[in-house]
Design a protein around this ligand. Structure first.
Ligand code: HEC
Length: 310
């Protein structure tokens, strides 16, 4: 074993530090260049912009990509994400494009029962409240991308939510109060770039689904979007991302935010953890600089709200 002579230690540590700092810089850079090599197909673009559907992969238990089974904590008990691979018996391999589009736009499963109250309504952990805003050609492209996901046999687990919250029939009432279907409509008073950012954020990246507080029914508080939530998804704290200088990200430069969405690194050198790191690494990091800039422009244009999330 080689050891460093004590008299040489003062030379070794700066060198090692140099190397570590260099490596820390090179890692995100290499991710960046890898991600920018090829332009994405529209379908993969939509997939990445949603955060790579990362909730459908059970990373913690080394689950297969998009095969579901991941426990997502809700205040009412755990719910398990579903298998969205092309497996015919346990995934969505038997679905038609129209089934997928309806699921995304209306939050209902395939089958198309005649009566609304008999349909399989989805729990809003599946953020169809955002995805309903995705334009139909983009949903079709996403559907086509999902056809390229290899089939994995993994049976969906029933949820463990306590009654009566676990009863799907309640979702009709929930939707009545908390859900409006319909695709994104641009704001004509704003620029094209701003609207592009708004579309990416609200329809695909669903930032507000995690970064906003919810009412007693678990619906988003629409007058408090982006101000952060102390019980965000999986019980994690989701910070205030309005441009407030003391409690939000008002001290971040626009380039800090796009760098963060590309690499997970914050201006103070810390890295994102939890669900944020998953949506970055499975999704947002693959978007090109122009798209990230649009997202940043939209987020930074929000009204700063002082709201400390503990
Ligand atoms: C699936 C849930 C989820 C989604 C979607 C999501 N975030 Fe986050 N985000 C989190 C969580 C949880 C944290 C806390 C983890 C951390 O700070 O590292 C976080 C942290 C952040 C931070 C760090 C703030 C700080 O003060 O440290 C920023 C900035 C951020 N998110 C922006 C965004 C933007 C912009 C989007 C959409 C493009 C987005 N997030 C989408 C869950 C999410």
């Amino acid at each position: 074993m080689t050891s460093i002579h004590p008299s040489n230690r003062h030379r070794f540590w700066p060198l090692l530090r140099c190397f570590l700092v260099g490596a820390a810089f090179c890692l995100p850079l290499s991710l960046t260049t890898a991600a920018e090599k090829q332009p994405l197909s529209r379908g993969e673009f939509v997939f990445r912009a949603t955060g790579g559907c990362s909730c459908h992969t059970d990373f913690q238990n080394k689950g297969q990509r998009l095969a579901g089974g991941r426990s997502l904590k809700t205040p009412y008990g755990p719910i398990y994400s579903s298998n969205i691979t092309t497996d015919k018996s346990t995934g969505i391999g038997n679905w038609q494009a129209a089934d997928f589009i309806r699921a995304m736009q209306q939050g209902v499963g395939p089958g198309g029962k005649k009566f609304y109250f008999l349909e399989k309504h989805y729990f809003p952990v599946f953020p169809y409240t955002a995805f309903t805003k995705i334009r139909e050609p983009d949903l079709v492209a996403l559907w086509e991308y999902l056809q390229t996901v290899p089939p994995v046999v993994a049976r969906n687990k029933p949820h463990d939510m306590m009654p009566p919250f676990g009863w799907r029939i309640n979702l009709i009432v929930w939707k009545w109060f908390n859900f409006t279907s319909g695709e994104f409509t641009p704001n004509p008073a704003q620029s094209e770039e701003w609207n592009q950012g708004a579309y990416l954020v609200k329809a695909m990246a669903h930032c507000e689904e995690c970064h906003s507080p919810r009412n007693l029914m678990g619906g988003l508080k629409h007058d408090q979007l982006f101000i952060g939530s102390k019980d965000g998804p999986e019980g994690e704290l989701a910070p205030n991302i309005t441009p407030d200088k003391t409690t939000g990200i008002g001290n971040w430069k626009p380039s800090d935010l796009s760098w963060f969405l590309k690499t997970g690194q914050k201006p103070d050198g810390d890295f994102a953890w939890g669900l944020m790191s998953e949506v970055i690494f499975e999704g947002y990091q693959f978007l090109d600089t122009a798209d990230l800039d649009h997202i940043v422009r939209y987020i930074m244009s929000q009204t700063p709200v002082q709201h400390k999330v503990r």
